[in-house]
Design a protein around this ligand. Structure first.
Ligand SMILES: CC(C)(COP(=O)(O)OP(=O)(O)OC[C@H]1O[C@@H](n2cnc3c(N)ncnc32)[C@H](O)[C@@H]1OP(=O)(O)O)[C@@H](O)C(=O)NCCC(=O)NCCS
Ligand SMILES: [Zn+2]
Length: 144
């Protein structure tokens, strides 16, 4: 198949402006895409159903408040590396938001430790069925 140039556009669902927000491919409204980038790493997914991907380096600072359920917060506290544990949950939450499942304001009530619980697809992480969410990479150090 001939390589083809694909044009991406972004429109923000919050403010309605172009240039930021969820990306789409011009002329291919049936294809869903999700992109992520962090220092030294990019990730992308395309599917015929909503999809979300996120890649982050480990957040070493204090975690933001209000973004974890009580169970998740306890799971992070009990981990020998809480910053890494937090980031593992955070990337899942961002992947869900990017797939259109909840908003950033709502992620505090999504229990990503429990696929199939309210708002969290049972197929998260398996890629078996849509919505395709749960791709994440946590990098201990940004690649050089
Ligand atoms: C979606 C979001 C959580 C991801 O941010 P991040 O983890 O820091 O960065 P990532 O590299 O993983 O993802 C960024 C990419 O996600 C995509 N993206 C941005 N907003 C998106 C959305 N609402 N839904 C799905 N994908 C989105 C874009 O492709 C973006 O790429 P860009 O930075 O080159 O434009 C962040 O952009 C955000 O907080 N958005 C909501 C803020 C908002 O609503 N602002 C309203 C402004 S009026
Ligand atoms: Zn906006």
């Amino acid at each position: 198949m001939e390589p083809r140039h694909l044009e991406f556009v972004q429109r923000c669902a919050s403010c309605g402006r172009d240039g930021h927000g969820r990306p789409t491919i011009v002329g291919h409204p049936d294809v869903h895409v999700s992109l992520s980038h962090t220092r030294g790493c990019v990730a992308a997914v395309a599917a015929r159903s909503p999809c979300g991907i996120d890649v982050e380096t480990i957040h070493r600072g204090p975690p933001p408040r209000g973004v974890l359920t009580e169970r998740e917060a306890a799971w992070v506290r009990d981990d020998p590396d809480p910053a890494r544990a937090f980031t593992m949950l955070w990337v899942r939450k961002e992947a869900l938001v990017k797939a259109g499942i909840g908003t950033l304001a709502e992620v505090g009530s999504l229990d990503v430790l429990d696929p199939g619980s309210a708002g969290v697809p049972a197929t998260m992480e398996t890629w078996a069925d849509p919505p395709y969410v749960g791709a994440w990479v946590v990098l201990d150090q940004a690649p050089t």
